[in-house]
Write a protein that binds this ligand. Structure first.
Ligand SMILES: [Zn+2]
Length: 295
């Protein structure tokens, strides 16, 4: 099994780019693949789908070349549904020393004003399933706060990168739009009743990967941002026939994954955003077995 490379940058590729060869099909200058088809051992079994990218100093924020740990399709296996994948991926990222993580995906809208082909940078999240596969090493000595599950610094970089590249009529909606994304594991889409429920709870979009990724990145102390574009309204949100997702996906998957690459190149390695401080390590006595401890 391969040793996990050290790097502070990770890109969790998702449905945003399904069907293209990434990054080759983008032919983006200054990007090359250092290694691929990597599988790493984790405490919960092997985790594959990794590759290592190198971004040349000509395109990075600090003018120095950087490596990016990249996992295909959130790490999900090709031939099965495995919701524990996110914990294995998070563990690999923690061993790598990752501090800045971007995930790209597609999503469905439950907000009539949020339209197919819009590019969204979520500000907050509804996830009623979190901790199902927690990456946190125990409940007693660790706390994960959620006042900003999505890094404002990384979100700004992402929005600034997307704005000149994203094609109309789609819009780029950053943190100022306060978009709330709901996690729903899938793989099936929401029913009309579920979409209505998420709408009533304040959700704007539905995503099948964002919940465990946002929580796990908080648990390993890394900054996290989500780059996603809307491919449909969920059933029952608007009148009319269902939208064919694939043409939207085919039109936007190249530009979306290009934005992901450039955002990783432009991400600044700083803790000024405050995300890392939201993972709190508590005093050792919290984890002592008090009734049986010597006084
Ligand atoms: Zn941050």
């Amino acid at each position: 099994m391969t040793a996990i490379p050290r790097t502070p940058f990770a890109l969790l590729s998702g449905s945003a780019g399904w069907g293209i060869r990434f990054p080759e099909d983008l032919a983006e200058p200054g990007v090359r693949v250092l290694d691929r088809w990597l599988t790493f051992d984790t405490p919960w079994g092997p985790q594959g789908h990794f590759q290592v990218l190198e971004l040349d100093g000509a395109i990075t924020a600090d003018g120095r070349s950087r490596t990016v740990l990249n996992v295909f399709s959130h790490g999900w296996p090709n031939d099965a549904i495995d919701n524990a994948t996110h914990r294995r991926v998070a563990w690999v990222l923690e061993q790598a020393g990752v501090r800045k993580v971007l995930a790209d995906s597609t999503c469905g809208s439950v907000n009539r004003m949020l339209q197919p082909a819009d590019f969204i940078v979520a500000r907050d999240m509804l996830d009623f399933t979190q901790t199902a596969y927690s990456a946190m090493p125990g409940r007693l000595r660790h706390q994960g706060m959620a006042s900003q599950l999505f890094c404002p610094g990384l979100a700004r970089t992402l929005e600034t990168t997307a704005r000149p590249l994203w094609p109309s009529p789609g819009r780029v909606l950053g943190h100022s739009h306060q978009i709330v994304v709901c996690h729903n594991w899938g793989p099936r889409f929401t029913s009309r009743a579920e979409a209505r429920a998420y709408q009533m709870l304040g959700g704007d979009a539905i995503n099948q990967s964002i919940g465990p990724e946002a929580s796990a990145m908080r648990e390993i102390g890394a900054c996290f941002a989500s780059a996603s574009y809307v491919v449909c309204w969920e059933d029952g949100v608007v009148d009319g026939p269902a939208i064919d997702i694939d043409p939207i996906h085919h039109t936007l998957r190249h530009v979306s994954t290009r934005i992901s690459l450039l955002a990783m190149a432009r991400a600044e390695l700083t803790d000024a955003c405050g995300c890392a401080a939201l993972r709190i390590v508590r005093a050792p006595e919290y984890a002592s077995f008090a009734p049986g401890s010597p006084s």
